[in-house]
Every structure is written in C-alpha cells, then in structure tokens.
Write a protein that binds this ligand. Sequence first.
Ligand code: IDP
Ligand code: MG
Length: 136
Amino acid sequence: MSNIEQTLSIIKPDAVERNLIEKIKSIFTKNNLTIKEDKKIHITKDEAAEFYKVHQSKPFYNDLCTYLSSGPIVVMILEGENAVVHNRKLMGATNPKNAEENTIRKLYGISIDKNSVHGSDSIDNAKKEINFFFKS
Ligand code: IDP
Ligand code: MG
C-alpha cells in the first residue's frame, strides 16, 4: 500500500554558503522525493528560537538558534513514499562523523552543528514545521 507523506527539509547556512543547494535538491529528486514548495529565506534569531523550541533545554540551544539565523537557508516541502523516514535516511546521522556513506551529512556536513540539513523527525513534527514556514 502506498503511504505518501510530506516532510520539511532545510538546507542550513553552511550548505547554502558553499553553493550546495542544487546538489542537495538533486539527491532528493533522484531518490523519489518531490520538492512541492521551496523558498530561500533569512530568519531572525527569534524565529529560529521558536522553530527549535523543542531543544530549549539543551546546552547547545543558543548556538543552534544563532547558527540557523546566521545566513540564508532554503526551506522545502518534500513529498513522497514514507517521506519523513526516507528523508532522515538520505540525511544521515546528526553528527556527520557517524553518518553513513553517501548520505547528505556524510558528503557535505562539516561538524555536528554545521551539518548542512534539517529534516522533520515525525509526521506530527513535519506538519508543525511545514505550517511554521508555509502557512496556508
Ligand atoms: P537532527 O537534526 O539530526 O534531528 P537533533 O538532535 O534534533 O538532530 O538536533 C538538532 C540540531 O541541533 C542538529 O541538527 C545539530 O545541528 C544541533 N545539535 C545536536 N546535537 C548537538 C550537540 O551536541 N552540539 C551542538 N549542536 C548539536
Ligand atoms: Mg531533530
């Protein structure tokens, strides 16, 4: 049975800065994820803090919010079969050092904080995150 989902992907400042937008997009499209919407934006630190609210108790929260608001990002709605899990698999582990070969983070990530991409981790969070950036 088919299970078409949507998930939110972000190309983070380190990857935008290194002109990796098209390379990363092509990994999604070659792997049967359709880019339904996409926009390049530069968010404020307050917006980043709101987006990453689930991490507010973590020691790295402040740096994380500073980082996500440090330069332009590309936010995308990806759609496809099991999109949430599929995107997480294409991204690879949070720390690029631990990411599997040929994942986005293994190919392009610099460090645990500059790890090139964000992806929703559940259907529920995907809905919230899509709504956060693409309010209808
Ligand atoms: P994820 O992006 O793989 O879902 P999360 O645990 O949700 O990973 O963390 C959100 C983001 O916070 C990560 O992508 C990474 O940029 C950053 N982060 C996570 N753990 C650490 C850490 O231990 N030090 C610094 N930054 C971290
Ligand atoms: Mg996460």
